[in-house]
Design a protein. Sequence first.
Length: 254
Amino acid sequence: MVGRARTIGSKWVKTKVLLLNKELRKFVPETRVYNQANLLYMLKKHKMVYVKPINGTSGQGVIRVEKNDKYRYQAGQTAKSFGTFQGLFAALSKAKLNRSYLIQQGIHLLTHQKRIFDARLMVQKVTHKNWETTGYIGRVAHPRKIVTNFHNSGKPLSLEVLLGSYLKNQKKHDYIRSLRYLGYRIATHYQKSYPGFREIGIDIGIDKNLKPWVIEVNTAPDPFIFNQLKDKKMFVKVLRHARANGRFLRVKRK
């Protein structure tokens, strides 16, 4: 029996695992290692990118960079504009901490009340062999921030509510089912490279054409975000399987 896998901290490693699968590859935003040449190339191609620490959590250190009539970046609630790429790059070099970064293609996410949102899927082993997407929830960004993370002022909301402006009734149900199946496919693919994992969290961005994009795969996902939903059934299920998979075990009192 394979032991429990350790957490994978590197976003670059996790991205490369996804790129090994030709079917999943189309859901992965273009990603490159951060340097001056790659940043210029990605901005020319995509107009908006996210610069992310290779090792980081909760959206900390993420910077959105844009190229329109000027160059612009936003980190946290601070935004700055520059007339030249060299001015932008010099400022980014000062704003970044001394660690390795990635550049990820920017996705123009759907919005709720003018605030961007994405989805978190929880995919868990529910038996020794079988994976299931046991939880899904939407995360709405703080109005002045660029990340949706719960621990970075994001607001968790029902995905059904957030998609309500874009899809109705059976179409919405079918769309969420397709997201859940995508989560299942990602988990079964990850199992080939890391057979010890028993649960993963997947951050899914949805663009204006309703195409899902895999923003990040988390190998130590937090089940407690699902406790923010009014209906607790999903949280109870997610936590039950997390404990069955060896996490958040209750301490026995003597």
